[in-house]
Design a protein around this ligand. Structure first.
Ligand SMILES: [Zn+2]
Length: 855
């Protein structure tokens, strides 16, 4: 190397090095000096933090690097996402804490054990879960997570020493890696050089389906109560292993905003069951530190104005029901690397710095108030038990006598939240509801997870506020449509339900000489049906109930029962038996072999009331203007529950697509604004040819206004209240109260209609979070579900909306030529947890072809 090259080469490194120093200076002024053997994120990645969005695999690689170099850091993989990305946490503490981690865990778990009383916390570090980036396109916090990990690993500042000694930090850099990488790919691809701050640049306007959500387009910041997805399941498992004292949940909000930290809005803030002390004492102690640290760097912020803790499935609320202090942060988003705002430009680096600063504020405040946090956590579950003792309700009993798999799904959810549940040992009747001893369960209220019991079973009549950021109803027992009752007398109960006891039994299916029957009441029956159709089995369904004598035992079969006749098939009896047997095992479903076609009170298995079913070939419209949440819920249901392949067709391709390949088309809420009368005509012609169109929520508005059906919406009559004068300053509360943020209502379901097959009761809870008011069907047989007279079950609704509801239908099926449109005013698939209503949706797919509304 000649001298000239050497000089310029050194100069090059000098420039890079000084640039890095400067970049680091922006973030780390407070925590110098740093161990030079530990690479900063900039050194590891090869670019200054804020210059690019860092891919999740590189974030993981950086934490692995820290773990390999520092005895303060180790790393665990706590799960995998749908797209197989690693869910990791860096465990960060000093060496001596690392060496006794198991002992710390044991001692910490004694604090949250209501049977134990721990009074000294001197030797016990706090457990802190720094959680980042649950919304994938709110990316600043993951970059801040790397800065935080680096500072904790490399700084020898006394503050850092104290944090490392008094806490064990579980740093989760990316709660939603699939969503983050979707967004990261977008902004890095369109990144300008120099940065382009124009808000109309494509970099700042991410395309459908956006990076906020996970693989199936679900909001993971709603899933922590529902535990539908692997990300939440894995996090909850970790949560109940460690019961952190403090949990953080970092977000971003509108570009023109500033910075938000807790406390949240007081009037709407709390779940009725969260202890007030969490809000009044703990939040304020931490807020002092956030304010002081943000003051120092001059960042604007606000607090207590908006956001609520009204839903137990938020990352910043779940912990509040588990003795933690769970904290929400919201940073104005740069949505890209640099963006213009009315008050200048906001850079990605600026957003990252705020999140980094409050990460450290959290750690500092926690250390300062360690005894308060431990004292609070130590009392938390004891106080929950005390409240439970004072409750008039002693237990909840629940269970569906006909549906083992729906019972099982709810039991799994209870176990995920560590709720104790036992077998019911006697036949019981409570509030005129009967609970069969082998198909029902008892949840005593006096248990450590009393607050979760309340969350899952109780409905609330009083609401602190009428304006909700999200849902106002979360009694999940209703989402599962499970019969349940509270009781003031503790019933006898038997063995505890455990995950081991829920493992499915091996089923043996005897070979039938004549036919096989499957009652349709079980949740997995539609999935089983598809399994058979997909394998080429000819399946009929019965439109009438009947009874059979099977080996001397009378067995009842309801409407929708599947009948597979040995004679009907092209495949031989052995192959047929193998397919049925495998499905029975796979979907944990009882299949009854019969040797005769003679029914007891019916007309024989050859009766015309048994109709041959078609295999659904399904297409879902997705893309610009379509609700990605609802589309994702359909996608998830089809793949994960029904095991049905789904074509997701971009609305932009609809015009050129040949629809003859499909017999079922799904339209979820959306504007369908690029659809002209030509598209409407194409769709109508396809339905008329004998196919099934299924629509949910606002898609019905498009279908009605484009005259695909001869149905209508309920018109709101103008009344004198509409002319009343309201103060400008009260607009938010006034408008908010008119919305339906999300509440639960009862409908009367026609269980003789194919859409209602498999349901054993006409009363069904549905979830409503919209104002789509469908008029009852023009044909008297076409209103499948109508809101009950006294329909309210749980959640907030304004009286004027109840009035409209009383005139409306929840589901109608409209005949169009030889086909039909199944219209759901509400969302039967809400957040993947509405097991009670998503079977209606499954039925629309499985039984659509046999619906011929009588004229
Ligand atoms: Zn967010």
């Amino acid at each position: 190397m000649n001298k000239k090259i050497l000089v310029s080469y050194s100069l090059f490194f000098f420039v890079i090095a000084s640039f890095q120093a400067e970049a680091q200076e922006y973030f780390y002024t407070d925590y110098k000096p740093f161990d030079s053997k530990i690479p900063s994120p900039e050194e590891f990645l090869g670019y200054p933090i804020g210059d690019y969005h860092t891919r999740h695999d590189l974030v993981v690689a950086y934490l692995e690097k820290l773990a390999s170099l520092s005895d303060r850091v180790s790393i665990i993989e706590y799960g995998r996402t749908h797209e197989q990305r690693k869910l990791v946490m860096a465990i960060i503490s000093n060496k001596s804490n690392h060496d006794r981690l198991e002992e710390i865990k044991r001692a910490h778990l004694e604090v949250v054990d209501p049977g134990k009383s721990v009074s000294s916390f001197n030797n016990l570090p706090l457990i802190i879960n720094l959680g980042y980036n649950v919304h994938g396109n709110e990316p600043s916090s993951t970059e801040a997570a790397m800065l935080t990990a680096y500072t904790l690993a490399a700084s020898s500042h006394p503050i850092v020493d104290e944090i490392l000694s008094e806490t064990v930090v579980f740093l989760d850099p990316t709660i939603n890696p699939d969503g983050r990488d979707r967004h990261t790919q977008w902004v890095n691809s369109f990144r300008g050089q120099p940065f382009i701050s124009d808000k109309y640049d494509i970099e700042h306007n991410e395309g459908w389906p956006f990076g906020r959500t996970n693989h199936y387009w679900f909001d993971l910041n709603r899933d922590l109560l529902l535990a539908v997805h692997p990300e939440s399941k894995a996090k909850l498992k970790w949560f109940h292993e460690w019961y952190p004292n403090v949990v953080t949940d970092f977000h971003e909000m509108g570009t023109n905003s500033t910075y938000f930290f807790e406390p949240k809005n007081k009037s709407a803030s709390m779940l009725p069951i969260t202890p007030m002390e969490n809000y009044t004492t703990l939040n304020n102690l931490f807020a002092e530190q956030f304010a002081a640290d943000l003051d120092k760097i001059g960042s604007l912020y606000f607090t207590a104005e908006i956001f609520d803790s009204n839903y137990p499935g938020y990352g910043s609320t779940y912990g509040d029901l588990q003795g933690s202090l769970a904290l929400l942060f919201e940073q104005a988003s740069a949505r890209g690397h640099l963006q213009e705002t009315p008050t200048g430009e906001i850079s990605f680096a600026f957003a990252i710095r705020n999140q980094f600063v409050t990460s450290f504020s959290t750690l500092k405040a926690a250390v300062k108030h360690k005894n308060t946090l431990y004292d609070y956590q130590g009392r938390f579950f004891n106080e929950a038990m005390d409240k439970a003792s004072k409750s008039k309700i002693k237990a909840y009993v629940f269970g569906d006598s006909y549906d083992e798999n729906r019972n099982k799904a709810f039991l799994e959810l209870l176990l995920t939240h560590q709720v104790k549940v036992y077998k019911n040992t006697n036949d019981l009747t409570i509030d005129k509801k009967t609970f069969a001893k082998d198909m029902s369960f008892v949840v005593p209220v006096k248990q450590k997870q009393y607050y979760m019991v309340q969350s899952l079973f109780e409905t609330f009549e009083k609401y602190r506020d009428s304006v909700y950021y999200d849902t106002s109803a979360w009694s999940l027992i209703n989402a599962f449509n499970l019969p349940y009752a509270s009781t003031t007398k503790m019933p006898d109960f038997g063995g505890e339900i455990t995950n081991e006891s829920l493992v499915k039994k091996k089923r043996t299916l005897q070979k039938a000489g004549y036919a096989y029957l499957v009652d349709y009441a079980d949740y997995n029956a539609p999935a089983y049906l598809y399994h058979l159709l997909e394998k080429g089995v000819v399946v009929k369904t019965s439109s009438k109930p009947f009874k059979m004598d099977v080996d001397g035992k009378f067995i009842s079969f309801g409407r929708g029962t599947l009948m597979v006749s040995v004679q009907d098939q092209i495949i031989n009896g052995d192959d047929l038996h193998a397919i049925l047997s495998k499905g029975s095992d796979l979907f944990d479903l009882l299949v009854v072999p019969v040797q005769t076609g003679m029914t007891i009170d019916g007309n024989g298995l050859g009766s015309g009331s048994l109709k041959t079913l078609e295999k659904p070939k399904v297409v879902l419209l997705v893309g610009d203007g379509v609700s990605s949440y609802e589309a994702g819920e359909v996608w998830h249901l089809m793949e994960q529950r029904l095991k049905i392949p789904l074509v997701k067709m971009d609305v932009a391709d609809f015009g050129k697509a040949n629809l003859d390949k499909y017999n079922s088309l799904i339209m979820v809420s959306g504007s369908y604004s690029n659809f002209t009368s030509k598209e409407a005509e194409k769709l109508k012609t396809w339905v008329e040819a004998g196919n099934t169109l299924i629509s949910t929520r606002t898609a019905n508005n498009w279908i009605i206004s484009n005259k695909l059906v001869e149905e209508s919406l309920v018109e709101k009559k103008k009344d004198s209240a509409d002319d009343k004068r309201v103060d400008y300053g009260s607009s938010e509360a006034f408008i908010g109260a008119k919305n339906i943020g999300g509440a639960i209502f009862e409908v009367d379901l026609d269980i003789t209609h194919p859409i209602g097959y498999g349901y054993t009761s006409r009363k069904l809870p549905v979830y409503k979070n919209n104002k789509v008011w469908l008029s009852p069907g023009k044909n008297i047989f076409s209103t499948v579900a109508r809101y009950s007279e006294d329909s309210h079950i749980d959640g907030f609704i304004a009286p004027e909306n109840l009035e409209l509801m009383s005139k409306s239908a929840s589901i109608i099926v409209s005949k169009v030529g030889g086909g039909r449109v199944v219209m759901f005013a509400d969302n039967p698939n809400f957040r993947g947890i509405w097991y009670g209503t998503n079977k209606l949706f499954s039925n629309a797919l499985m039984f659509g072809s046999i619906i011929q509304t009588p004229q």
